[in-house]
Design a protein around this ligand. Structure first.
Ligand code: DGL
Length: 189
């Protein structure tokens, strides 16, 4: 996708996780574009909310972005990308809306040589099967696991703590008997 210079890009997530996406974009494009970041901490987490609630919150944010004359919107939240992207794209045809799932899958397919991948994300992302569906035309062994405790750990700023390490070890031990060569962090946190 070609993006013209000085495009105004709106990025949103339910909280701080999507800042990783903002960081990567500003590193890649330097000061070629301008960004507005919206972290919807009032409704965090999205990962245990219904599809209807996630669409309702996302619409409020998109309306705000449109008032700010944003030209491209990035949903830097896997939960919202999983359950709301298609509806939002059909409601807001006047603006380009990009989610996390297709680009991540495209990257893995084109730039890696993996066979077995475990996908970890929120309850919403994992239950929606969005990644499994996106991978369905390719030949991968996929395992999925919801890891809801990662979100509060990051929002508390505890991502580098002993507790975070213990939680990660406990979750990942569920894959102990699997032969895996890739772990897909399907959550911006
Ligand atoms: N940023 C969300 C995601 O990528 C995780 C936080 C949440 O559950 O709202 O799924």
């Amino acid at each position: 996708m070609h993006i013209k210079k000085q495009t105004k890009i709106g990025i949103f997530d339910s909280g701080l996780g999507g800042l990783t996406v903002l960081k990567s974009l500003s590193r890649k494009f330097r000061n070629q574009h301008s960004y507005i970041y919206f972290g919807d901490t009032a409704h965090l987490p999205y990962g245990d909310k219904s599809k209807d609630s996630i669409i309702k919150y996302s619409k409020k944010i998109i309306d705000f972005f449109l008032k700010k004359k944003v030209e491209i919107i990035i949903i830097a939240c896997n939960s919202a990308s999983s359950v709301a992207l298609k509806d939002l794209q059909s409601i807001y045809k006047e603006v380009t809306i990009i989610g996390m799932i297709e680009p991540s899958v495209e990257y893995i397919v084109n730039h890696t040589n993996l066979e077995s991948i475990s996908i970890i994300g929120t309850e919403t992302t994992i239950k929606s099967n969005s990644y499994v569906k996106a991978f369905s035309s390719y030949n991968y062994n996929l395992y999925s696991l919801a890891c809801p405790l990662f979100v509060p750990l990051v929002e508390e700023g505890w991502e580098n703590s002993d507790i975070a390490l213990k939680v990660a070890k406990k979750y990942l031990s569920k894959f102990n008997n699997k032969k895996l060569d890739g772990l897909l962090l399907a959550c911006t946190h």
